[in-house]
Structures are given as C-alpha cells and as structure tokens.
Ligand binder design. Structure first.
Ligand code: KG4
Ligand code: ZN
Length: 333
C-alpha cells in the first residue's frame, strides 16, 4: 500500500511516499531552522506561513522522487497532533484537500506515534513489543510499545522536554538554534568533568525533570562571572550533555528492567545525540538487550515516519472524516 505522509507540526515542511509502512520511496524535508535561528527559536506564525508557501512544492517533489505518480497514492496520512496549532492546520487542511481530490482515505497520525514508526523504516523486521524513549523538542516520554497502535506511558518529563532543554542551554551559552547539535558540537571540545551539575528529582519512578538542570547551568554561569572567572562554554555544554544523557538513560534502563524489555529503542530529534545513543547502547549491551535507533535523517521530523505510522493506523481502522482538526496537545494513547 502506497501512502503519502505529510508533516508540518513544527518548523519542517515534509512529505514522503512510503510503501506498506516499511519502504521509503521518497522523503522530502524543507527545514526552516536557518530562518528561525535568527530569532533564537521557532516563531510559530512564521512557521505557519512558510508551511503554506512550501507544502505544495514539497509534496510534488516527494511524489516525483518516489518514481510513482499521484494516481498510485492509496491514502494520505497527516500529523494532526500535537504541535504548533497554526503549523499543524496547514498540513491537516492540505492533506484533507489532497485526499478529497484523489478520492482516497485520510489517516490522522499522532506525532509521537510517527517518531516511533521511524524505527519500522530503519529496521524492516522490527515488531512490537519494545520499550521506547521518545526524546524531542516537545516530549520526553518513556513508552511501552505494546503494539503498532497500542501504547502505555511509563514515564515522562514533568517540565521541559530534553530537546527543549538543549535549545534553552544553547541560548544561555550563546551557541545558536537548534540547540541540540550546537551544544553537542561545543561539548566535543570541552571537559565534561570540569563542572558538576545536579540530577533533578522527578515524582514518578520513570519521570524525568530538566528545568532544575537549566537553572543550575544559569546559576553556575552567573556565579563564575560574578567571581570574575572565565566560563568554559565547551565544558559547561559537555557537563550538560552528559548529565542529560545520564538522566534519560538511567530512567530508560530502570523502566526496561521493570517490564523485562528485550528491545530498547530511542527516537525523536534528540536521538541524533551521540553521547545519549552510546550511553543507552552500552546499557543494552550490558543487559543483553537489543538496541534500535533510526539514522539521523529519520530522527528529526519527516514525512516518511508519518506515512509509516499512517499505514498501521489504517490497518487498525483509523480513518479520518473531512472535519479532521489539528490539536496542539494530545496524549499518544
Ligand atoms: O523531533 P524533533 O525534530 O522535533 C520535535 O518534535 O520537537 O526534535 C527537535 C529537537 C530540538 O530541540 C533539537 O535541539 C533536538 O531535537 N536535537 C538534538 C540533536 N539534534 C536535534 N538534541 C541533542 N543532540 C542532538 N544532536
Ligand atoms: Zn518531532
């Protein structure tokens, strides 16, 4: 089954064609990151306007690149929640019109379900159950993936998401946007042991917290500056990156042990982080678990993961009517 996937939940306008949820035929992403970087973060209204301008050309390119034609598309899958509402509405309305015009089903896709589905593109034989850490700009969830459309939330952030924390630290350290890659790059030249950062407490057994970590970085920087000492930005970035990887990997390891998971997965934009990946992989090696993570191109927002998730939603009978609306917040379950 050939599905067109549309993604506009944040600052990537993306479209892709995927066969039977597993084979990527095309995957076009128009990133707005460079434009938003001059504002230090995503400007929601600007993102919506750019989606309006880009969505038609991005979709045309995805169809052309796939080697198929519009007549071959059998369903249209679209991210409808969660995300920036103005941005989501562009994709939702475009997908509605497209599905209506080609007389094919419209499939609503939850953004976190799509991030998880990126695994099915990377590992064509992978099947649930598995445990998955979804770490992105908006979420840090530890999820028990019981089936393709059956999820249990084991833990989550109680304040900032992991990617959000990277973005905020990058701003504090003047490293630019998006923060994740900028902090990781700076950290390469730093000493992670030069500064000591705390591990913030979170209420639930598998919950995480990052806002206290952000405050600790701000306080440390201010204290050093007040004392007239030079702040080693690279080492502070390395300490933050290491602590974040520590917080996430320990909770994931504990949750995986509790549910006796055989497969441990990492997805979302933050899954591109090498320190985090290595930390989780070494825990998995130590515990005899399989570790799965998509390649970098499939970690960030893209249309292929939406098309893949859409395939499994379709199989479960989840078809949207043409009054489908975008939702800024919605749980994965
Ligand atoms: O999944 P994603 O592309 O969009 C959302 O759904 O939010 O994730 C974007 C987030 C941003 O916060 C970005 O800073 C972070 O992923 N990110 C990283 C890295 N690359 C992107 N965080 C840490 N290390 C990276 N290498
Ligand atoms: Zn995302």
């Amino acid at each position: 089954m050939l599905i067109l996937g549309i993604e506009t939940s944040c600052d990537e306008t993306a479209a892709a064609v995927v066969h039977s949820g597993r084979m990527v035929k095309s995957n076009i992403i128009a990133s707005q990151a460079a434009e938003h970087s001059s504002f230090g973060g995503v400007v929601p209204e600007l993102a919506s306007r750019r989606h309006v301008e880009n969505i038609v050309e991005v979709t045309k390119a995805a169809i052309k690149d796939s080697g198929y034609t519009q007549d071959d598309i059998e369903a249209v899958a679209v991210t409808y929640a969660p995300g920036l509402i103005g941005a989501l509405l562009v994709g939702v309305n475009f997908a509605k019109a497209y599905a209506y015009a080609i007389k094919k089903p419209l499939i609503p896709v939850h953004h976190l379900r799509a991030h998880i589905a990126a695994l099915y593109l990377e590992y064509p034989e992978l099947q649930p159950p598995f445990i998955c850490l979804v770490a992105s700009g908006g979420h840090s969830h530890i999820i028990n993936v019981l089936g393709y459309t059956n999820f249990e939330i084991l833990g989550r952030t109680v304040d900032d998401a992991a990617g959000e924390a990277f973005d905020k630290i990058a701003r504090i350290l003047d490293l630019g946007y998006p923060g994740g890659p900028a902090v990781a790059k700076a950290a390469l030249f730093g000493d992670p042991n030069r500064y000591t950062l705390p591990t913030p407490k979170a209420p639930g057994e598998f919950d995480v917290s990052f806002s206290g970590l952000k405050t600790a970085v701000i306080n440390l920087k201010n204290t050093l500056e007040m004392r007239g000492e030079k702040v080693c930005v690279n080492s502070l970035a390395a300490a933050f990156e290491n602590k974040t990887a520590d917080i996430l990997s320990v909770k994931l390891k504990n949750a995986a042990r509790k549910i006796n998971a055989k497969i441990v997965c990492l997805v979302g934009g933050v899954a591109a982080n090498e320190i985090l990946k290595n930390r989780i992989k070494s825990d998995c090696d130590h515990n005899g678990q399989r570790f799965c993570v998509p390649t970098k191109d499939l970690c960030g927002d893209n249309g292929a993961m939406v098309a893949s998730a859409g395939y499994y939603e379709y199989l479960s009978g989840n078809i949207a009517a043409l009054d489908l609306n975008g939702k800024p917040t919605k749980e994965i379950i």
